[in-house]
Design a protein around this ligand. Structure first.
Ligand code: ISE
Length: 334
């Protein structure tokens, strides 16, 4: 039968996962949802046949009619929920970040290992995006020679009201940290996070944009411009600089070029939900296929831990006024 999935947290991302599990993912269906806002949970459940609302996320995990769990609550709740899934031996797709500090991510690395199984996939969906996969294949195939640098731009039209400058590192930059590890195949060893003069209309609590410089184990440099209040649309770009040439992804998306008075161009997706729709579909299908066999695939708890360690160093850099901070990984846990 179908994999019966509980989705914990049905905000923007969780609700999107419920929709894809109900309509596009083969061999799985959503059966239970939970959310800190009961009204939100009821609204999402009511939109699909056969979806119940659980009292709270732990009750959903304990439900005997649940085979696997998607965790899409805020990052600060992930450790407790993933641990509860591991205790029940349930495969989990945990949205990024795995947790918001390296210590808690490391505890999950160990807790998963203690089960003797692979049970956690971390929601670094860019790895499943066709453009990122093509860039990874280009690097791995060696056609452009050795990689030297990545230039990244990560722009959101807007973010929720509670978003602050540290969340830009923990929630947004975490994607470039994982993309760097994925594309270059090496760890990030140091990070510097700086703020240029902020746009004057940035929301309270936010200095926007943010600039980050990542250094990798192989001596490669990655620069990232993060803007979270452009009002323009969702734009995520990566340019690889290699010995034999350059390659760019994310520039010009969308099937059609439209002309109107004084303009010709393609539409910009409004949010990550549209931009990465294919990546999320593939990610959840890969997860569901493995979960039906009692395991998981894709980004691991180690990937989540390594990214959390880099982001914690990034927050330390920010708090230190833009100092360079080295990243320490517990290599014994690898
Ligand atoms: C959000 O949580 C995401 O994961 C998006 O991909 C990112 O662009 C956004 O900045 C985050 O808030």
């Amino acid at each position: 039968g179908d994999l019966r999935v509980a989705v914990l947290g049905v905000g923007m991302m969780g609700a999107d996962h419920v929709r894809r599990l109900a309509t596009r993912v083969v061999g799985a269906r959503p059966v239970v949802v939970a959310d800190a806002y009961a009204a939100t949970a009821h609204r999402v459940a009511a939109a699909h046949d056969g979806v119940r609302v659980a009292q709270d996320p732990l009750a959903a995990i304990a439900d005997p009619e649940v085979d696997a769990v998607v965790v899409a609550t805020p990052g600060s709740t992930h450790e407790e929920l993933v641990l509860a899934c591991l205790e029940r031996g349930l495969p989990v797709l945990c949205e990024k970040p795995l947790t918001t500090e390296p210590d808690s991510s490391l505890r999950l690395v160990h807790a998963e290992r203690a089960t003797g199984r692979r049970l956690v996939q971390v929601g670094f969906m860019r790895r499943f995006d066709e453009e990122y996969a093509a860039l990874r294949a280009l690097v791995a195939g060696g056609e452009l020679g050795a990689p030297l640098m990545l230039h990244c731009a990560h722009r959101n039209a807007a973010v929720p009201a509670h978003f602050d400058s540290e969340m830009v590192v923990l929630d947004s930059l975490v994607h470039e940290v994982d993309a760097t590890r994925f594309l270059l195949g090496e760890e990030v060893t140091a990070i510097t996070v700086l703020h240029p003069t902020s746009r004057r209309d940035a929301p309270a609590g936010l200095s926007d944009p943010t600039f980050a410089l990542l250094e990798t184990a192989g001596g490669r440099l990655v620069d990232v411009e993060l803007s979270v209040s452009t009002g323009v649309g969702y734009e995520v770009r990566t340019e690889l600089v290699a010995e034999g040439g350059t390659a760019m992804i994310g520039l010009d998306r969308g099937p059609l070029v439209a002309t109107s008075t004084g303009r010709r161009g393609r539409a910009i997706p409004p949010t990550f939900v549209e931009r990465f729709a294919q990546a999320y579909d593939t990610e959840v299908q890969v997860w569901a296929d493995a979960a039906r066999a009692g395991t998981t695939d894709g980004p691991t708890t180690w990937d989540g831990y390594a990214a959390a360690a880099v982001c914690a160093a990034g927050v330390a850099s920010l708090r230190g006024g833009g100092v360079r901070v080295e990243v320490e990984l517990d290599e014994e846990a690898r």
